[in-house]
Design a binder for this molecule. Structure first.
Ligand SMILES: Cc1cc2nc3c(=O)[nH]c(=O)nc-3n(C[C@H](O)[C@H](O)[C@H](O)COP(=O)(O)OP(=O)(O)OC[C@H]3O[C@@H](n4cnc5c(N)ncnc54)[C@H](O)[C@@H]3O)c2cc1C
Ligand code: FES
Length: 274
């Protein structure tokens, strides 16, 4: 169930060039959000610019609120960047369907392979937190353009996740795309009972990032027989399923990213479509 709340900003700090984490106080959002869901933030009250709310993934769920991780790309996120501690901000949420964690918690030896591209890491941190808290293994792949944009790696290691980094310029970790690094990993991890690093594992992939990354990942996952859930990005207007502005083509026809997603089974998406 969603609700519009005027949440107080607890902090709003820069964590990397153009990347910020805002914490807001809202017991409602804390109690009702789950990993993979998102909220729609109004950057400015009573104004037409920006006209629309900004969809942002729930980055972390705190006792009395939530955190949002955002990249500054345009007018709305620029306004968010200027918000100060103590100010109030209107947030509608939680929205959409989050990740399905049953495959990870159903089996004894199962594990989550989490793949983040750029600010796609936003909704994946909370997922890793929930999975590691449930005593399950997490392999967390972070892809970024350069070392400066690799965020959350320390926090993820603190949770107990095994972090693998790929940067396009090679300034940190594997040089190249995160999907290539994942491909190597998938060669090792087979869905049913392959020995990997001393234990038998069963993997489910969870991913969020740019569409070309998700398309490549979906192809690899299919080839390796590993199920994958992907969180899609789309231009959104209403954010609540009414305007059909965010539809994506699936094997079952068009579906709304805001209401039917943003998380989909990777096999459902028609990746060749625009
Ligand atoms: C379900 C969902 C969850 C999201 N979660 C996050 C998150 O946690 N953190 C985060 O940083 N971003 C997230 N995004 C993307 C974020 O909503 C957009 O970057 C934001 O709305 C841009 O607003 P703006 O007013 O700053 O930019 P605009 O002024 O609207 O646009 C600036 C530039 O960004 C491009 N752009 C705008 N919106 C999108 C979009 N949805 N997808 C791709 N390009 C876009 C425009 O084409 C333009 O080039 C999410 C999007 C969706 C749909
Ligand atoms: S944004 Fe209106 S239906 Fe999704």
């Amino acid at each position: 169930m969603k609700k519009s709340v005027n949440a107080r900003i607890v902090s709003n700090r820069r964590i990397a060039p153009d990347h910020f984490v805002m914490e807001v106080k809202s017991v409602w959002l804390s109690r009702n959000s789950s990993p993979g869901q998102f909220v729609a933030v109004r950057a400015r009250e009573n104004a037409t610019d920006p006209l629309l709310r900004i969809p942002l993934g729930v980055h972390a769920i705190r006792k009395k609120g939530i955190r949002l991780l955002y990249k500054v790309v345009g007018s709305g996120t620029k306004l968010l960047m200027s918000k100060r501690k103590g100010e109030r901000i209107n947030i509608l949420g939680p929205l959409g369907n989050g990740f399905d964690l049953t495959p990870v918690f159903r089996e004894k030896d199962s594990r989550a392979v989490i793949v983040a591209g750029g600010h796609g890491i936003a909704p994946l941190y909370e997922l890793a937190r929930v999975v590691t808290r449930g005593k399950k293994k997490v392999d967390f792949f972070i892809g970024a353009g350069t070392k400066k944009h690799v965020v959350c790696s320390k926090e993820l290691r603190k949770l107990g996740a095994k972090v693998h980094v790929a940067t396009e310029d090679g300034s940190m970790g594997h040089k190249g795309y995160v999907t290539d690094l994942l491909k190597k990993h998938l060669k090792q991890v087979k869905r049913y009972g392959t020995r990997v690093q001393g234990y038998r594992s069963r993997a489910t992939i969870y991913a969020c990032g740019p569409r070309p990354m998700l398309a490549a990942l979906a192809k690899n996952a299919k080839r390796s027989g590993v199920p994958a859930q992907v969180s899609l990005d789309a231009y959104m207007a209403c954010g609540i399923g009414a305007c059909l502005g965010c539809v994506v083509r699936t094997v079952d026809g068009y579906r709304r990213v805001c209401k039917d997603g943003p998380v989909f089974d990777a096999r459902e998406i028609v990746w060749e479509s625009a």
